[in-house]
Design a protein around this ligand. Structure first.
Ligand code: AFP
Length: 278
């Protein structure tokens, strides 16, 4: 597993360079869900594929930026699903973005996750690894990721990150979100799930939601590349992740690019969501 973490660290340093200096414009290509790809999306995907190709324990990879899976090493143990540059549409407005990795063994069901990693490209570059617990690392001047702290969520938080188009929210969801704000929670939503979920983890807790909407009943965020890895991180950090009723890590996609409604948070907030969605 460590050789996979090292490959992610090498990728993060190269992607950081690309974000800082490369062209942030759109390419003439689209990904499998019809999104026009940024040149940085394609470059980040290539960088990660190059680094993973050097890791014999990786049998196969699947990227949000590609339709199909890519076989790597026939005798490999793990399959890695990843979003090379999540929130990339925020780069040209200079907001934080991220890379997300799920390390699976035996298929892409939530229950097959063995570890999850994400990188935040913000004022500083930080990397979080979840295996038995959740550890935060920060990139230093020498190009090393230095251990900072173990992350543990409190039982109850104070932040509320509310995704998806509000006019498409179900009435019960809107009522719940309004009540949470009435209880004094502060709005924190940048439109980038990596920095938004990272902030809630580091600031002790709260709720991130990207629910089903009338125009997107399955939500927007993809299970294998985005939702399962963060559900794994949140659970290992003493939090929870559900789709409204079901535990996210009990889900299994029928297609690699399947999406699901998702709510991540501290135990108190998720209990409130479960009550709302009963
Ligand atoms: P992009 O990668 O297309 O910028 O989308 C970012 C994202 O996948 C996730 O990071 C955000 O939480 C969510 O989509 C933002 O979606 P809305 O723009 O619908 O709020």
């Amino acid at each position: 597993m460590n050789e996979i973490y090292e490959a992610i660290k090498r990728s993060a340093i190269r992607i950081k360079e690309a974000i800082e200096f490369d062209d942030t414009g759109y390419s003439d290509q689209t990904n499998s869900t019809g999104d026009t790809q940024l040149k940085l999306d394609i470059k980040s995907d290539l960088i990660i594929e190059e680094e993973f190709a050097k890791v014999p324990s990786i049998k196969e990879i699947v990227s949000e930026e590609k339709e199909d899976k890519t076989p790597l090493h026939a005798n490999g143990t793990y399959s890695v699903g990843y979003d090379p540059l999540d929130g990339s549409s925020l780069i040209d407005v200079n907001l934080s973005v991220g890379s997300i990795f799920g390390i699976y063994e035996g298929g892409y069901a939530g229950s097959n996750l063995k570890a999850a990693v994400y990188v935040v490209y913000g004022p500083r570059v930080e990397l979080v690894i979840a295996q038995e617990d959740v550890k935060l690392y920060r990139l230093n001047k020498k190009g090393e990721f230095v251990f900072i702290q173990t992350i543990v969520l409190k039982e109850k938080g104070k932040l509320n990150a509310t995704g998806a188009t509000q006019m498409g929210w179900e009435a019960r969801h809107k009522k719940m979100i309004d009540a949470i704000f009435q209880d004094g929670y502060r709005l924190r939503y940048s439109g980038g799930m990596v920095p938004d979920l990272h902030q809630i983890l580091l600031k002790g807790g709260g709720l991130f939601s990207y629910p089903a909407t009338t125009d997107a009943p399955k939500g927007k965020l993809r299970m294998i590349f985005e939702v399962f890895p963060f559900a794994f991180v949140y659970e290992k950090a003493n939090g929870e992740a559900i789709d409204g009723q079901r535990r996210i890590l009990d889900l299994s996609p029928a297609h690699p690019h399947d999406a699901t409604p998702c709510l991540f948070g501290s135990k108190t907030e998720i209990a409130r969501v479960k009550k709302c969605y009963e």
